[in-house]
Design a protein around this ligand. Structure first.
Ligand SMILES: *Cc1c(COP(=O)(O)O)cnc(C)c1O
Length: 458
């Protein structure tokens, strides 16, 4: 079989897609030629029919054209799903990012004075207003926030941490390693399940600079346990002239216990407890873009800002725009809950979720499915993002099943242009409705209809 030359293939592609420049087709044409060579070598094709070639060109070019990073539908029921981009942003944040990315901005320009300004001012005031902190600084992510804070406050010195809090967060963020990178000496105290105030007190020495408290985030210890509160650490730190830092991990401005969910200390409460520095993420329970937020005493924040590391860890303007817009929503808690998607999703009631699942099942019922059956099931989701690990979020899902294993449906839905990610339970593929956007329903209906059609016409 004669394999067409790359140039011939490019010409064919150009005829199919005349709106692209000719040179754009070099790589997809090479890919097609390689596939043809391999198929011919293996004896899979003897003769190259025009139709087969055209289908291959379309398939390869479509794949080449699809962006790698794309929208997916989160039907997992895990709200802050780290693999799925953590927090979808509020409209207000999206608009702010668009505005600042499309046009020039006053990122580092003081419009009052007409000279160079600081990028950090854009979120400093609103952070202080919401949290009651004296000073605020933002960096690339919370890992960066922890690193730069430790490096600034305790380089070459000892940092005391409870053994029960030497956590690994995932993505290789481990407290002992971050500590080493920051140039600090880790001093572990207590045991895995119990650490007392006197454990910290006894460990304080000449070279101690900081007492660190780390939120356990993605796990919890139950039973015979004892953990020292930040407030108590502050009291002994004051006696010995030391600083206290708390890595809150998720960091939330809303007290979920008000909404009959679990109690987690809010950022405001931690600031009030008197710790010198507190750090948390922008894209976990805050519901904003990826960022690390550092709050604390004015002079300490100023010192961290001047650390040369800050230049390497600095926040970019798009993030800053999205973060400012998200933070402004927290000026009114009701607003935040209405407008920030992840808060709205976490607080959706069971009754509402049941209605939504019924609606999804009705929509699927109208697709004329012949092979896939859809049932309403009760299920449970998670807040995710290493936040509120104990919290189960009771929810509803539509369970899809057919004669093939649930993995088959899962794979079909995952490999689509708009992938739908769900999970398998008892050999059914579950679409948990908690994290669905109104726009997702039509896309799910189309996908399920097409998968069902494929079962009829394999
Ligand atoms: C998530 C988390 C981090 C890392 O935050 P990123 O924003 O992902 O960098 C650090 N510490 C704790 C306790 C966390 O939960």
């Amino acid at each position: 079989m004669r394999i067409p030359s790359v140039n011939e293939l490019k010409e064919k592609l150009f005829r199919l897609f005349p709106e692209y420049p000719f040179s754009y087709f070099t790589e997809p044409a090479r890919k097609v030629a390689a596939i043809l060579r391999e198929k011919s070598f293996k004896g899979e094709i003897k003769e190259l029919k025009e139709e087969l070639l055209e289908n291959l060109l379309l398939e390869v070019f479509k794949k080449y054209e699809t962006p790698s990073l794309k929208r997916v539908i989160n039907a997992t029921g895990v709200v802050v799903h780290t693999n799925l981009g953590r927090s979808p942003l509020a409209e207000e944040a999206v608009e702010a990012i668009l505005r600042v990315s499309k046009w020039y901005s006053n990122l580092e320009y003081d419009l009052m004075k007409g000279k160079r300004g600081s990028r950090y001012v854009h979120v400093e005031e609103v952070l202080k207003e919401i949290t009651g902190a004296e000073g605020a600084l933002v960096v690339n992510n919370n890992a960066a926030a922890v690193l730069i804070s430790l490096n600034t406050l305790a380089k070459g010195k000892e940092v005391i941490v409870s053994r029960g809090e030497l956590v690994e967060i995932g993505g290789s963020f481990r407290i002992p390693e971050v500590m080493a990178w920051a140039g600090c000496i880790l001093k572990e105290v207590g045991t895995t399940n119990k650490t007392h105030l006197h454990d910290y007190e006894r460990a304080i020495g000449e070279n101690t600079a900081l007492l660190l408290k780390v939120h356990k985030s993605n796990y919890y210890i139950e039973g015979f346990t004892k953990e020292v509160l930040a407030k108590e650490l502050v009291s002994i730190a004051r006696k010995h002239g030391l600083l206290v830092m708390e890595d809150l991990g998720s960091g939330c401005f809303v007290d979920f216990s008000k909404y009959r969910l679990i109690k987690e200390p809010t950022v405001q409460e931690v600031v009030k407890s008197g710790v010198d520095v507190v750090t948390f993420s922008g894209d976990k329970l805050l519901g904003g873009p990826q960022a690390g937020i550092i709050l604390g005493k004015k002079e300490i924040i100023e010192e961290i800002r001047r650390n040369p590391l800050n230049r390497a860890l600095r926040i970019d303007k798009l993030t800053l725009a999205g973060l400012e817009a998200t933070l402004r929503l927290y000026r009114c808690e009701d607003w935040a809950i209405q407008k920030i998607p992840i808060l709205r999703m976490i607080l959706r009631s069971e009754a509402e979720l049941k209605k939504e699942a019924q609606r999804l099942r009705r929509i699927l019922g109208r697709q004329g499915l012949k092979n896939i059956s859809c049932r309403l099931v009760r299920t449970s989701g998670k807040a995710g993002g290493g936040a509120l690990p104990k919290l189960e979020l009771p929810s509803y899902a539509v369970a899809l099943s057919c004669e093939k294993p649930a993995q088959w449906i899962q794979e079909r839905l995952r490999k689509r242009e708009v992938p739908i990610i769900g999970r398998i339970e008892e050999d059914a593929f579950l679409l948990d409705v908690r994290c669905l956007f109104p726009e997702d329903y039509a896309e799910i209906a189309k996908a399920v209809r097409e998968v069902d059609h494929e079962l009829s016409n394999p």
